[in-house]
Structure formats: structure tokens, C-alpha cells
Design a protein around this ligand. Structure first.
Ligand code: ATP
Length: 229
């Protein structure tokens, strides 16, 4: 069963055609990478499926239901880093996030901190966290409500190698525990390391999609220059 399908999604910003009829399907249980260089339309695509932007044309479904704000509440996402309070602990920041968003419950907070391997630091102030830990706390917030799907935009951007490795291993761990993950990245290496499936976007057009093994075995695809240098 597909978690998400897109059928010929178009989106322009004035004269700029950011998405030119993108269709794709994300099977349940996958780590699905949307790979493309900067400006290829990844964030626009994620914003549409999360109902932050509306498409000009085309449809999408979550779990075979037309995309809507209601559906959106069942999807965990991290498009931008949330505004956490520097002087509050991890646990108190999540309490605030939970009460503002209404997602999940206070009782789940310790659970999500365990899932992102921050339980031991639950009472530490946010200001003492490394960038990687801050990102893991943001993922913990996205996991409130135990969503079946997690959507992440460039989750390792700006992190040091340790932070990157931690986020990648967290993604694998969440996937092994049954969460379907959709992640945008401009890094071929990241997609190879963490994704099972990939769709390649170039200037708003989907070039190909399939398992990582199939797609990345195709040298023609790699020659299209899918990665920023
Ligand atoms: P990045 O990784 O740099 O965010 P991306 O692959 O996520 O790139 P988008 O951010 O979706 O790509 O941008 C797709 C195209 O749409 C680009 O040409 C970008 O300049 C343009 N664009 C994005 N947002 C806007 C906006 N609010 N107004 C005008 N043009 C925009």
C-alpha cells in the first residue's frame, strides 16, 4: 500500500515553474528520498504535501484519501527548526510544543525523548545541546502523536559529522520501528546511506523513481548531475 501518491502536481511562483507535473508514490515502510540540487523543487513539494502551500494543479493522497488539513495532522514533519526556548529543559520545551500544537499527549514526552536518544538529557537546558541534539529534539517534537509518517527537509543540513551520523542512524532506527520516512536531500551520499527508495527531481521535473539500488545503478541518471557540488 502507498502512504502518499502525487498525481501531476504543478506549482509556480509568478514566472518560476517550481514543479512541472510531478507524480510519485511512496510505499509504506520505506525511507523515501527526494533527491535534487538546490532549487529543484524539493521544499515546494514537501510544503504542498504538508498543506503549507497549495498546488496550482494536480492532486495528492495520503493513505488513499485526498490531502487535507485533517490528514496533515496525522503526519509528523520537520520543515523548519521549531523555536525552542534556550533556558528551558528538553522536557519542558516539548511540553510547550505539545500544548501549542495539540499533537500527542504530555504522557508521551518521555517516550519520544527515548526514541531520539535524548532521555538521559531530558532535564538539560536546550542551550547546552549540540546542533545535532537540537535537531534530534526537533524530531522528537515531530514524533508527538506517534505519526505513521515522518517528513523531513534536509535533516542533516549544517550539522557536524557526529551530528550527521546520529541523525542518519536515528532515521534508520525509526524506520526499523515502522515509521515511513520521506526526506528531501541534495546529497547523493545521504540518500545512498539512509534511503531505501528515491525520486530524483531536477528543475521541477521528476526524472526517475524506484529503489535506491535500481536508480543509482543507472549511470545516465547520475550523469544528469543530481547533486550540488
Ligand atoms: P533548496 O534546497 O535550495 O530549498 P529546493 O529543491 O527545496 O531548493 P525550492 O525551494 O522548492 O527548491 O525552490 C524551487 C524553485 O522555486 C527555485 O527556483 C526557487 O528559487 C523558487 N522559489 C521557491 N520559493 C519561492 C518563493 N516563495 N517565491 C519565489 N520563488 C520561489
Amino acid at each position: 500500500m502507498d502512504v502518499l501518491t502525487l498525481d501531476s502536481i504543478h506549482k509556480s511562483y509568478g514566472p518560476i515553474q517550481a514543479l512541472k507535473g510531478v507524480s510519485l508514490s511512496v510505499p509504506r515502510g520505506t525511507v523515501f528520498g527526494i533527491l535534487g540540487p538546490n532549487g529543484s523543487g524539493k521544499t515546494t513539494l514537501l510544503s504542498i504535501i504538508l498543506d503549507v502551500l497549495s498546488a496550482d494543479k494536480g492532486q495528492y493522497t495520503w493513505f488513499d484519501q485526498p490531502g487535507s488539513k485533517y490528514q496533515r495532522r496525522q503526519i509528523g514533519s520537520l520543515l523548519e527548526t521549531p523555536n525552542f526556548y534556550h533556558y528551558l529543559s528538553a522536557v519542558n520545551n516539548l511540553k510547550i510544543t505539545q500544548s501549542i500544537s495539540g499533537r500527542g499527549s504530555l504522557a508521551e514526552i518521555e517516550d519520544v525523548l527515548r526514541k531520539v536518544n535524548l532521555y538521559e538529557r531530558k532535564n538539560s537546558k536546550f542551550s547546552t545541546f549540540s546542533l545535532g541534539m537540537k535537531q534530534r529534539l526537533a524530531i522528537a517534537a515531530a514524533l508527538l502523536g506517534n505519526p505513521p509518517v515522518l517528513v523531513l527537509d534536509e535533516p542533516t543540513n549544517g550539522l557536524d559529522p557526529v551530528g550527521i551520523a546520529e541523525i542518519r542512524s536515528l532515521i534508520k532506527q525509526l524506520s526499523e520501528n515502522g515509521t515511513t520516512i520521506i526526506l528531501a536531500s541534495h546529497l547523493l551520499d545521504e540518500v545512498e546511506k539512509v534511503c531505501t527508495h528515491v525520486a530524483i527531481l531536477k528543475t521541477g521535473t521528476l526524472i526517475t523513481q524506484g529503489t535506491v539500488d535500481e536508480v543509482l545503478a543507472d549511470e545516465d541518471v547520475l550523469e544528469l548531475g543530481v547533486e550540488d557540488q
